[in-house]
Design a binder for this molecule. Sequence first.
Ligand SMILES: [Zn+2]
Length: 172
Amino acid sequence: MCWWKKRKVKTRTALTPGSYVSLPYPEEKPDHTKNKGNTTADDAKKIFFEWMTTYLVPSEKTKWWEKVKITLDESTVAATDSKHKHMWISPVWLNPGVIAHEMAHISYWQLSPEKKRRFEASYQATTEPLVLLVKKERTYAETSMVETHAEIYRFLGKYMPESFWEFYPFLF
Ligand SMILES: [Zn+2]
C-alpha cells in the first residue's frame, strides 16, 4: 500500500461516526479585539443565526429562540436569566459555542423536576462514547448538572446521542 492510500484510510477511520477522537464542536478562541465599541446588536444577531444553523436548531423553533434578549456586556463572559430569557454576553466571547451553552440553560429551565432527575440518571449511567468524551475533557461539566447539561449540548450539538434529545426542549 502506498503512503497516500494509507493516509486516506486513516482519515476515513477517524471520521466514522461513533469513533470520534475529539469533540465535534471544539471551543472557539476568544476574540480580544472585540468590545462594545466595535460590536453591535446586529453582530450578536448574526452569531445567533450562526448558532441556529451550525447546531441545526429546528427552524420551527426560531421564533421561540428569537425571544431571547441578547445584551452585550463587557463585565462578564456570559450569563443567562433562563426564566426571563435574557442573556448577557461579552463581545470577546460572542461565538456560536458560547451561545449554544447559554441557550442550553434556557432549555434546561423548561424541564420538569422529574425530567431533570432522569437526565441526571441517564448521564451517570451513560455508555455513549461522545457523552463520556465530554465528561473526560470538560471538567466544567462536572460543576453542576445544569453545567453538565449545557456542556453536552455545546460540544456535541447535532451529534448528541438521540437518547438525550428529550432533555433538550426546543433544541431538537
Ligand atoms: Zn453555564
